[in-house]
Design a protein around this ligand. Structure first.
Ligand SMILES: [Zn+2]
Length: 528
């Protein structure tokens, strides 16, 4: 990586012949909505079906076929807007956007022009460096997706292909377009913004947001200008990124390309550029000097949409705990790391579980450590998701409190966590992406932790006499290690404490075990 690129990645500025330039980016995202059926007909909305099996006269654009709007799609889009504080205008309508596209059967797309379903709003995010940022939304509007062409050439491009195949399964799938204001300055911010959109849409059930399946597609408009300038430079639009990682790489590559042109005294051309994953560069796709004339006009087949305040209130009330609110609480109030907070919040089941553990009185940090550590490991080993395990959040909080109070050791805690997690009492199934408050899976009362610890003799041993007996046995059985310690190799103390813990069945108080070992072995050589 060269110095300019390094600087762009760090601070968002690049050097152009001694002048610091900043990148200005606005991102447009197309997100397929997760509805049962398409936007204007009853065809199934599923990914990966046999080509042209989910089609009908409406989505094939047959003459005389009439569209009927999908109420659920409209509600999902409004929920998405409300999650980011957007305004929901009382009046909205669909327009026809006229252009020729080989995989768009009607030769126009039903979209929205001057009256989108939502206006404004702000997408907040946490940057990887721990600072908080945000990007304003211009609007979110609803439209229909097009079909999909596959070109029969080696690289999948139309140039050089002998023929093309078209699949209309995607034609008419509800698509929301989120238009962002030019508030983004770096590749890392772009990714943080996209992740914030994604985690919100997943929790709301608006979309599955899979870039690899095309249910999230984004275009980045990028221009450079001297730091402090208020006017925008000429922008290029970058397309065809298929992962968040490629979005960041495409941005870095495009910043460098534009900076090179400016350094050489050249002029940026307004155009659309495609990202090529294999070369790590963008290439010109088409010139955008002339704006298209789409001849928008209200679709005469569709009545306008009028939102009653009650409808908006109902949808707002159903939003539940939004990921951003949870992140703000975890990072801001609970002082957890950005990485840990995102790792929890990006799995809604884990997030609900974590909240329930904290609500049961556990401190946030030990709760996060256990949920992301032992519990996630057990989830992988057993195939039982954390929020479906038999380990109740309240019991986990109890186990943490017992270690804090010195009633049990952390080794005993680990053993009990495993046992409760895998207990064979049937769990109440909870959806992976459930957003209702965590429900305790047990119907019948269980033994208290105190009772289990007492009955099974699991309490921490802090009795000096009992520990001394084990320490003596360990010293006698590890002559060489003991000699090493006395000779000044103090690091072996950890091993000896481990032996005492092992012989006590994990129940010895580790601090006391170490103190008794030190007392019995005396000062090592070379100690001050
Ligand atoms: Zn259809």
């Amino acid at each position: 990586m060269n110095a300019t690129l390094e600087s762009a990645r760090r601070s968002g500025t690049v050097d152009v012949n001694g002048v610091a330039y900043e990148a200005v980016m606005g991102i447009e995202c197309h997100v397929e909505l997760k509805t049962e059926t398409k936007m204007f007909c009853g065809c199934r909305n599923v990914f990966g079906a046999e080509p042209n099996t989910n089609v009908c006269p409406v989505c094939l654009g047959m003459p005389g076929a009439l569209p009927v709007p999908n109420r659920r799609a409209i509600e999902l889009l409004v929920e998405a807007g409300l999650a980011f504080g957007a305004e929901i205008p009382a009046f909205s309508k669909f327009d026809r956007k006229n252009y020729f596209y080989p995989d768009m059967p009607k030769d126009y797309q039903i979209s929205q022009f001057d009256t989108p379903l939502t206006q404004g709003g702000v997408v907040p995010f946490w940057r990887p460096d721990g600072t908080h940022g945000s990007c304003r939304l211009t609007r979110i509007h609803l439209e229909e997706d097009t079909g999909k062409s596959t070109h029969a050439s080696r690289d999948g491009r139309i140039a050089g292909s002998t023929h093309s195949l078209v699949d209309f399964n995607r034609a008419g799938v509800p698509l929301m377009e989120c238009v962002g204001e030019p508030d983004i300055r770096t590749g890392a911010e772009a990714v943080a913004y996209l992740e914030s959109l994604k985690r919100t849409f997943v929790v709301l059930g608006v979309s599955d947001v899979k870039m690899e399946e095309g249910s999230l597609r984004c275009d980045v408009n990028l221009s450079l200008r001297p730091v402090g300038a208020t006017e925008y430079g000429t922008k290029a639009e970058i397309k065809n990124m298929n992962s968040f990682n490629s979005v960041a790489r495409a941005i870095e590559s495009e910043i460098e390309r534009q900076a090179e042109i400016l350094r050489a005294g050249g002029r940026i051309v307004q155009e659309t550029r495609g990202w090529d994953e294999s070369t790590g560069t963008t290439h010109s796709m088409r010139n955008k000097e002339q704006a298209h004339d789409y001849r928008y006009f209200p679709d005469p087949d569709l009545t306008p949409i009028e939102f009653a305040p009650d409808d908006v209130a109902r949808l707002r009330a159903a939003l539940g705990t939004l990921p951003q609110a949870r992140l703000d609480r975890m990072i801001g109030t609970e002082k957890l790391s950005i990485v840990q907070a995102h790792n929890i919040v990006d799995k809604p089941g884990l997030a609900e579980y974590y909240d329930a553990v904290v609500a049961a009185g556990c401190k946030p940090q030990p709760a996060v450590n256990l949920v992301l550590g032992d519990l996630s490991r057990l989830a992988n080993e057993t195939g039982i998701p954390v929020h479906r395990s038999q380990l109740r959040p309240s019991r986990l909080a109890e186990l943490v409190a017992a270690v804090d109070a010195g009633t049990i050791t952390s080794k005993t805690q680990k053993m009990l966590v495993e046992r409760f997690y895998k207990s064979d009492t049937p769990a109440v199934p909870i959806d992976d992406l459930q957003v209702t408050p965590y429900a305790e899976p047990f119907a019948k009362p269980e033994k208290s932790l105190a009772q289990i610890v007492k009955e099974e003799g699991l309490g921490q041993v802090s009795d000096t006499g009992a520990i001394d007996a084990i320490v003596a046995a360990v010293v006698a059985g590890n002559e060489k290690t003991v000699a090493d310690y006395r000779g000044g190799k103090v690091k072996v103390m950890g091993f000896l404490v481990g032996q005492v813990m092992k012989q006590s069945g994990g129940k010895a108080n580790p601090a006391l075990a170490e103190a008794r070992l030190r007392a019995m072995l005396g000062e090592p050589e070379g100690a001050a």
